[in-house]
Design a protein around this ligand. Structure first.
Ligand code: G3I
Length: 335
C-alpha cells in the first residue's frame, strides 16, 4: 500500500468506515483498512442468510472473525442488518410450504422468529458492536403509506420495526440503533423516510439514527440534495450516518471502454469532493460515514446486475489511491 499519503481518517471530522468481508482483513487489504479507516461494516457476514440459514441454527464464523479483527485493531463496528427483505432465507416467511399471511397467528410466528434472531445476533456481540442497522430499506415512496410491501410489512404491518428496535435495545442497551435506507437524498424518498422516522420516534420506538446509504452516480451531482436531507432530519433531532457511500461511474459512455477513462475517474474525484464538502459542513449531525467497500477489486457494482466496468471506491484494484481518495483527503491534489 502507498506510504506517504495521509490516512483518510485523519482528514475528516467524523468516524469513517468501510464495508468489508474476510478478504479485506488479510495482507495488504488489512493494512489499507487499518491505515485509513476508523470502523467497519460487514457487507454480508451478519445478514440473516449468513447468521441463521435454518431456524435456530446460527452460524457466526465470518461475523466472529470480523468482530475479533475489529476489536483487535481498534476499529469500531457497524452491524448490518437485522431485518431486511433481501438475503433472508425463505423459511423465515413460511410455515412449512405455506407463505405466511396477515393472520394473527402468522404475525405472532413471524415476530417471534424476529425476536429470537435479534436476541441471538445482537446478544452474541453485545458490547463489541457499537451500532446496528436494525431495519433496512423498509420505505417505498410509491406506496400511499410510504411502506415497502415486503413480507415483513405484509404480515406484521409496522410491528416488525417496533419489535426489531425494542428487542435490539433490550439486548444491548448501549448500541446505537439505525433505520437505514437508500435514495434518501431524493426528494420523494426523503419525505417518506422522514415521515416514518418521525412517526416511530413519536411512538417511542428507539430509532437513534437514520442511515443514508448514498449509492450515488457521477452523473447525478447529488451534493445539494444530500445537504437538504441532512438538514431536514437534523430538525427531528435524530443522529445521522452515511452508511454505504459509493460513486458509480457506470454510464452508456463508460460501458464502451475496457478501462475507465482518466477524465471519468477525475470527475468521480470531484463528486467526492462535493459530497464531502457537504458532509464536513454538516458534521455536527453525522456520527459516521461509511464507504461500501475498501477497494475496487471487491464491490457489488462491478457484478450488478452483470459483470461490468464500474470502480466506485477510493482505492483501485491495486489498492492505489484514486482521485476519489484525493477528493476526500486533499482536494487540492485533484487532477
Ligand atoms: O456467498 C456466495 C458465494 O458462495 C458464491 O460463490 C458467490 C457467487 O455468486 O455468491 C456469493 O454470494 C453473493 C454475496 O454478495 C457475497 O459476495 C451473492 O450472490 C450476492 O447477491 C451478494 O451481493 C450483496 C448484495 O448486498 C445482495 O443484496 C453484496 O455483496 C452487498 O454488497 C450488497 O449490499 C447491499 C446492502 O446490504 C444494503 N444496501 C444495498 C447494498 C448494495 O446492494
Amino acid at each position: 500500500i502507498e506510504s506517504g499519503i495521509p490516512a483518510v481518517k485523519d482528514k475528516v471530522p467524523f468516524d469513517i468506515g468501510a464495508a468489508v468481508a474476510r478478504a479485506q482483513t488479510l495482507g495488504e487489504h488489512g493494512e489499507l483498512l487499518t491505515k485509513h479507516f476508523d470502523s467497519v461494516t460487514p457487507g454480508n457476514a451478519l445478514k440473516w442468510d449468513a447468521t441463521e440459514p435454518r431456524e435456530g441454527e446460527f452460524t457466526f464464523a465470518e461475523g466472529d472473525h470480523l468482530v475479533d479483527y475489529a476489536t483487535g485493531h481498534g476499529l469500531k463496528f457497524r452491524g448490518h442488518t437485522l431485518a431486511w427483505h433481501s438475503q433472508t432465507p425463505a423459511w423465515v416467511f413460511k410455515d412449512g410450504d405455506r407463505d405466511l399471511t396477515a393472520t394473527p397467528a402468522d404475525k405472532a410466528l413471524l415476530l417471534s422468529r424476529l425476536e429470537n434472531h435479534v436476541r441471538a445476533v445482537v446478544g452474541r456481540y453485545k458490547g463489541r458492536i457499537q451500532t446496528w442497522d436494525v431495519v433496512n430499506e423498509v420505505v417505498d415512496e410509491n406506496q400511499p403509506d410510504g411502506m415497502r410491501r415486503s413480507p415483513w410489512f405484509v404480515v406484521t404491518g409496522y410491528d416488525f420495526i417496533r419489535t426489531a428496535f425494542r428487542v435490539a435495545r433490550e439486548t444491548d442497551p448501549a448500541a446505537k440503533l439505525v433505520l437505514n435506507d437508500y435514495n434518501s437524498e431524493l426528494p420523494r424518498k426523503r419525505k417518506a423516510v422522514f415521515d416514518l422516522v418521525k412517526k416511530l420516534r413519536a411512538e417511542g420506538v428507539p430509532v437513534d439514527a437514520v442511515g443514508h446509504q448514498l449509492h450515488v452516480n457521477i452523473e447525478q451531482a447529488p451534493a445539494a440534495e444530500i445537504e437538504k436531507t441532512i438538514e431536514l432530519f437534523a430538525g427531528l433531532g435524530v443522529d445521522q450516518q452515511v452508511t454505504e457511500l459509493d460513486v458509480s461511474v457506470y454510464t452508456d459512455f463508460v460501458s464502451s471502454y475496457t478501462t475507465v477513462p482518466a477524465g471519468v475517474l477525475a470527475l468521480q474525484g470531484y463528486r467526492c469532493k462535493e459530497i464531502f464538502d457537504v458532509l464536513r459542513r454538516q458534521a455536527s449531525h453525522l456520527s459516521s460515514v461509511t464507504v461500501w467497500g475498501l477497494a475496487d477489486d471487491a464491490t457489488w457494482l462491478s457484478s450488478f446486475p452483470i459483470t461490468r466496468l464500474n470502480p466506485p471506491l477510493l482505492f483501485d484494484d491495486e489498492l492505489q489511491a484514486k482521485p476519489a481518495y484525493w477528493g476526500i483527503a486533499d482536494p487540492a491534489r485533484l487532477p
